[in-house]
Ligand binder design. Structure first.
Ligand SMILES: [Zn+2]
Length: 158
């Protein structure tokens, strides 16, 4: 199987092209060569929210605008998800036999907010608070139509 770095299509085993679909609509820009998370910003106090919210929990202002969030940030805290999360809402592999541990963390996007995110790295030796992280799109599962379901994650910047 070959993943096209540009991102939208991958070659199936028989050479068929599968489409990559986001796990949830409206969470990140897709398709895109440089996907960004979609959040909202309070017009009154400037507070950032993710995912998009209609009202501001900080000042209770009702006016928010959609903003694209930064693709890079720093790792604020992290843990490793060593067993399958509860599904739903989790849409990935929950079979304990094939489940692969993954990192989960908060990534602080400068001047915006902290995002709770899946991490591409699950090795505690390779995760350090304060390290630079970049948003990427990763495969999560395959849907009933044979499309590859993708979600966002943060990867350590090499
Ligand atoms: Zn506000």
């Amino acid at each position: 199987m070959c993943i096209d770095v540009e991102g939208r299509h991958i070659e199936g085993r028989e050479g068929a092209t599968m489409v990559q679909v986001p796990v949830t609509d409206g969470v990140f820009t897709w398709p895109s060569d440089h996907p960004q998370l979609i959040g909202s910003r309070c017009v009154t106090c400037g507070n950032h929210m993710f995912p998009v919210q209609q009202g501001c929990p900080k000042c209770t202002g009702a006016e928010t605008e959609e903003v694209l969030l930064g693709r890079r940030g720093t790792l604020w805290t992290w843990t490793v998800q060593g067993f399958p999360p509860k599904a739903p809402p989790y849409a990935g592999d929950v079979d304990p036999k094939t489940f692969q541990a993954f990192g989960v963390g908060y990534v602080e996007l400068p001047g915006q907010l902290k995002i709770e995110s899946r991490l591409t790295e699950a090795d505690p030796e390779k995760l350090k608070i304060g390290m630079e992280m970049e948003m990427v799109i990763v495969p999560l599962s395959t849907d009933a139509h044979g499309n590859e379901v993708v979600t966002f994650a943060f990867a350590p910047v090499a």
